[in-house]
Design a binder for this molecule. Structure first.
Ligand code: C5P
Length: 233
């Protein structure tokens, strides 16, 4: 299975994104486009980055009634992205509808992965705000199994949960993991972090790396270091 480093392009304009991507004259990184950039620039930013030769993870985290998500996914599948996502909290019928919407008439589709519990949600808020009283790791695994049952390709989770996700949902079920930092780097607002090398050891399939690359003095060198640590390249 392909393993790769995905750069989170958390920029607010196309201009800033292109200035960043223009630095990569060799290997074209796999790029994550999130809500900030997509809402600022619309679908055209996806087409442009694709045309530049990058693979794209479109991180819009859909969560609505099944029919709405199905129709929205049908629109997104025309953008020819490689991975897109939704919230597993939308339930199995919503995930199944999403998959149906995403599948093109020729049977092809982007990979579809599910957000389990956001890493910004802690046990206390999950219990008090959502009335979910099981331990966080059990909730994450339960959501992952739901995603698997609905036919999805994987989940977004912490590298620390990647092994359990694979044990529970199979080795081919993708663990896409943010929260990655260099051993000598700043964790910022991420709480549970691991290095690219540790993420590899723990079984991550794709690591999503933002600020350690985007805010580095030399982003190309930081990306090369990630590849080296995660892929051994
Ligand atoms: O800059 P940093 O490496 O922390 O960026 C991580 C990226 O992964 C951000 O785009 C963030 O929104 C995303 N993400 C995350 N935790 C999740 C889901 C997505 O950090 N649970």
């Amino acid at each position: 299975m392909a393993k790769d480093v995905i750069i989170a392009c958390d920029f607010s304009s196309a201009e800033a994104t292109y200035a960043f991507l223009d630095q990569f004259t060799g290997r074209k990184p796999f790029v994550k486009i999130g809500m900030e950039l997509f809402y600022a620039e619309g679908p055209e930013i996806v087409r442009q980055i694709k045309a530049r030769g990058h693979q794209i993870f479109l991180d819009l985290k859909l969560h609505d009634i099944p029919n709405t998500v199905k129709k929205a996914m049908a629109v997104l599948s025309r953008l020819d992205v490689d991975i897109c996502n939704l919230h597993a909290a939308g339930t199995i019928p919503m995930m199944e509808a999403a998959l149906e919407g995403l599948t093109r008439s020729d049977g092809t589709r982007p990979l579809l992965i599910a957000v389990t519990q956001l890493t910004s949600t802690d046990q206390q808020h999950m219990e008090s705000d959502l009335l979910i009283r099981e331990p966080m790791d059990q909730v994450v695994l339960h959501y992952a199994r739901n995603a698997r049952a609905a036919g999805l390709d994987g989940v977004v989770c912490s590298p620390l949960e990647a092994g359990k996700v694979h044990d529970s949902c199979g080795q081919a079920f993708l663990a896409v993991t943010p929260g990655v930092r260099f051993a000598d780097g700043d964790a910022g607002d991420q709480k549970r972090v691991t290095t690219p090398a540790k993420a590899r050891e723990l079984g991550s399939d794709y690591i999503v790396v933002g600020r350690p690359i985007t805010a580095a003095a030399d982003p190309v060198a930081a990306y090369a270091r990630c590849l080296q640590e995660f892929l051994g390249e």
